[in-house]
Design a binder for this molecule. Structure first.
Ligand SMILES: Cc1cc2nc3c(=O)[nH]c(=O)nc-3n(C[C@H](O)[C@H](O)[C@H](O)COP(=O)(O)OP(=O)(O)OC[C@H]3O[C@@H](n4cnc5c(N)ncnc54)[C@H](O)[C@@H]3O)c2cc1C
Length: 335
């Protein structure tokens, strides 16, 4: 009987990582701390692809002065409402400052103060902080993974996992330029090809849900699929705007943001969401957003009293083409 090997050339690796966004590249760096072959397969171009290079983003850090137990209690009661995985949250919070330092060690630019310490913006709740890397964070990370010996294949879209005896043993896919079929066999396969949010916003288009669907077909259980909060961008006449929750009006022209969110909230405002639902149910819909011209989004998680945090962008458009050729990732081709 014909085997899968008869359909095309086979690449063997110890660890296959599907997706060369931040998740895939960081997984490659961590995997290369062990003596294993690591291969990233990305359907676009690793370093440029994925959502992190489109503006994502700011992240929460717990500085050494901030208290884990206090933040946990506040978060569980006021933000997650007991729905979050508390162990995961606690693990993230306790490692967060170290993770930011780790990114810095790997060459990612982060905001620093005059003394060279990580510069952070305090959350309005005053219990934790926010920071965020340079928009081009994927270039140094990708270079680090390559330096450590990870291999990259770009322009190949892996469309399904290969299974044998209830185990995933690799994946198959196509080159998006020449249509060639690829078979990759691996001892371990990491799905790092993003979430499923391509319909919510253009900058999120990388998340086409391929990995989630492939994992589901291979027998994985779905977890937390009901959670998602792509809520702050709106598409108006083909242009994407960042919505501002301070300017939501009902059909009577009343600003309901002020009614339901009188103060600054630490995160997405549950009281406003419930208020919007109430407005509709009580017949005062439809609702609309009407921010004044030139308005900048806010106060959001940063609060109005905190120093604004600015994400720096180190790429100079004039040098973009030179840079792109210098940074092109080495690829391997099937034998
Ligand atoms: C505008 C914007 C602002 C954001 N702001 C923030 C923020 O402030 N804070 C925050 O924490 N997060 C933010 N995010 C979200 C954050 O950027 C993402 O959660 C994160 O980058 C996801 O990384 P990932 O590697 O898991 O997935 P992705 O970045 O989606 O990478 C997945 C990669 O897999 C590739 N791929 C997909 N399918 C296949 C396939 N079948 N075969 C091969 N390759 C495939 C894709 O091309 C992509 O490169 C923001 C995102 C956007 C777009």
């Amino acid at each position: 009987m014909a085997g899968i090997e008869d359909l095309g050339a086979v690449i063997q690796t110890d660890v296959l990582i599907i997706g060369g966004g931040i998740g895939g590249i960081v997984a490659a760096i961590k995997a290369k701390e062990y003596p294993v072959d690591v291969l990233i397969v990305e359907r676009e171009t690793t370093g440029w692809a994925g959502k992190a290079s489109k503006g994502g983003g700011a992240f929460l850090v717990l500085t050494p002065e901030e208290d884990l137990a206090t933040v946990m209690e506040y978060h569980v009661n006021n933000i997650g409402f007991y729905l979050e995985d508390q162990e995961l949250l606690s693990s993230y919070l306790s490692q967060s400052y170290g993770l930011a330092e780790q990114l810095d060690d790997w060459g990612v630019k982060l905001p620093k103060d005059e003394l060279g310490n990580l510069d952070v913006a305090k959350n309005p709740a005053g219990m934790w902080s926010l920071t965020g890397p340079d928009l081009n964070m994927l270039f140094p990370l990708r270079d680090k993974a390559l330096e450590m010996g990870a291999k990259v294949v770009n322009k190949v879209e892996l469309v399904d996992l290969i299974t044998q005896d209830d185990r995933v043993i690799g994946a198959v896919g196509f080159n998006v330029i020449d249509g060639n079929f690829h078979i990759i066999k691996a001892k371990a396969t990491i799905l790092a090809n993003g979430g499923c949010n391509f319909r919510s916003r253009r900058l999120w288009a990388a998340g086409t849900g391929d990995g989630i669907a492939a994992a589901y077909r291979a027998g994985a259980e779905m977890r937390n699929a009901e959670f998602g909060n792509s809520c702050c961008d709106v598409l108006i006449k083909d242009t994407e705007y960042m919505a501002d929750r301070r300017f939501i009006f009902n059909a009577l022209g009343e600003n309901i943001s002020k009614r339901y969110e009188p103060g600054t909230e630490p995160d997405i405002s549950l009281s406003l969401v419930l208020g919007m639902d109430r407005e509709i149910r009580e017949g005062r819909g439809p609702l609309y957003e009407d921010a004044p011209p030139g308005n900048l989004p806010g106060p959001s998680m940063f609060g109005e009293s905190t120093r604004p945090w600015v994400m720096s962008c180190s790429i100079n458009p004039k040098n973009a083409s030179r840079r792109s050729s210098r940074l092109r990732a080495p690829t391997i081709s099937p034998q």
